[in-house]
Design a protein. Structure first.
Lengths: 213, 215
């Protein structure tokens, strides 16, 4: 009985130490005049990173605010397009971070954020090794870390490319509408010019004849 | 004893230290831009605000969440109701922006008297969906083999993303070329229309003035 209790305690302790979720990466839509908050329970001493990027909408900027459990603002930036903030949790409890689009009247934004809490969980959950890794294993670990940063760069590149592409598609539709609009305006203006000029001369003619007789 | 252990570990394995609040009729959508043949696993857990104890209840039976997933062509690939805790999986067949929408299926207004439902959400994409301890046990891999397997999965994801990037760049290029063409044709057409209307105006006015014996 004590054996299984010990195992249980070890499992709980391991989970407590490592954290079950290594990080959350989400892309969500933020309507105009809206604020969206996310909360996370963090243990004291955990190193966390918050990264965000505005994907589409307006001037691609958003307000971001990160608060600790007592409400103290750890990070606050207004109208930022992209930023990355690393901090170590000084208190136990629910940390809150909010994205606000309240300054915008009609553009809704799509925001991407990546909130990493602590380190990755180990590959073997019941491993509690204190012995050093072999050379092969440490090489694997460094390759793993390098690939993680490659994937991270790829994500940010994809988001920037998405920005560029949505602007290009916007431009394309705007050019189409403007061409049709301008053609219509040109024809209307030229025809009305002629008609207006004609009307000037017609009125003058009748007044002249009336005065004459 | 074993069941207690498994139940407790199950409880600890539930998702999402990250949570947010959702209103009763509110629909929250998340966008996942992924290459094709990528697996996505989403897990959520809900908690309801209880006015009496002014805290969130651990889980609410009877309250479910409706999950709707659309592919890049806005075709619905998954539309299902789950309970207060749920897990959904899908694999993308077309590369692009997939939209995952969640909303509660609550019809009783009384349940949301406090107006808040807490949703813990965890969405894992691509190689993060792999459960390595499980793979190690199933394929009987040594530690080194498992690490190399993880690296292989990561590299495969990078390759897929690169392919996807190539596809997107092609679309971008097509859009830019289409804009270029449209601007070119419109400039030519505009000059043409201008000249034609100019000529028409002159001729029309000239005949008008000649008729009025002013010229």
């Amino acid at each position: 009985m004590f054996g299984s209790l010990r195992v249980l305690l070890q499992v709980l302790w391991a989970h407590l130490l490592c954290g079950w979720v290594l990080g959350s990466e989400l892309t969500f839509e933020l309507p105009d005049n809206a604020k969206q908050c996310f909360y996370e329970d963090i243990i004291i001493g955990t190193k966390c990173t918050l990264e965000f990027q505005v994907v589409t909408g307006g001037h691609y900027d958003v307000d971001c605010r990160l608060e600790d459990p007592d409400g103290t603002t750890l990070y606050k930036e207004m109208k930022k397009q992209y930023d990355s903030f690393t901090f170590t949790a000084a208190k136990n409890g629910t940390h809150k971070f909010c994205f606000s689009n309240e300054f915008s009247t009609f553009t809704h934004k799509t925001v991407y954020f990546d909130f990493q809490v602590g380190d990755d969980p180990p590959l073997f959950p019941n491993e509690n090794r204190v012995t050093a890794l072999t050379q092969m294993e440490s090489a694997c670990v460094s390759i793993h870390e390098a690939l993680k940063s490659v994937i991270d760069y790829q994500t940010h590149f994809r988001l920037r490319e998405s920005q560029g592409r949505s602007r290009a598609e916007d431009l394309n539709t705007r050019v189409a509408f403007w061409s049709i609009g301008e053609a219509v305006i040109l024809l209307v203006v030229s025809i009305s010019q002629v008609l207006l000029l004609k009307s000037f001369f017609s009125d003058k003619k009748t007044t002249m004849t009336r005065v004459g007789s | 004893r074993k069941t207690l252990l498994s139940v407790l570990t199950q409880g600890v394995n539930t998702p999402g230290a990250l949570y947010f609040h959702i209103g009763e009729t509110e629909k929250k959508c998340f966008i996942e831009e992924i290459p094709d043949e990528t697996m996505v696993i989403g897990k959520y857990r809900t908690q309801l605000w209880d006015k009496q104890t002014t805290s969130f209840l651990p889980s609410t039976p009877g309250l479910g969440m409706h999950v709707e997933i659309k592919d890049p062509d806005t075709k619905i690939i998954l539309s299902r109701q789950y309970g207060s805790d749920g897990r959904f999986t899908f694999t993308s067949h077309t590369p692009g922006e997939h939209q995952i929408c969640l909303h509660s299926n609550s019809t009783k207004m009384a349940l949301f008297a406090g107006g808040k439902l807490r949703v813990h959400l965890d969405i894992q994409v691509g190689e993060h969906t792999n459960n390595y301890p499980e793979i190690a046990a199933k394929d009987k891999l040594t530690e080194l083999q498992l690490r190399v397997r993880q690296l292989l999965d990561q590299v495969e994801q990078i390759q897929k993303e690169q392919n996807y990037q190539r596809f997107r760049e092609e679309r971008f290029r097509m859009t830019s070329e289409s804009t270029n063409q449209r601007v070119l044709w419109w400039s030519i057409a505009q000059t043409f229309i201008l000249i034609i209307t100019g000529i028409w105006q002159m001729r029309h006015l000239k005949s008008f003035f000649e008729a009025k014996k002013l010229v």
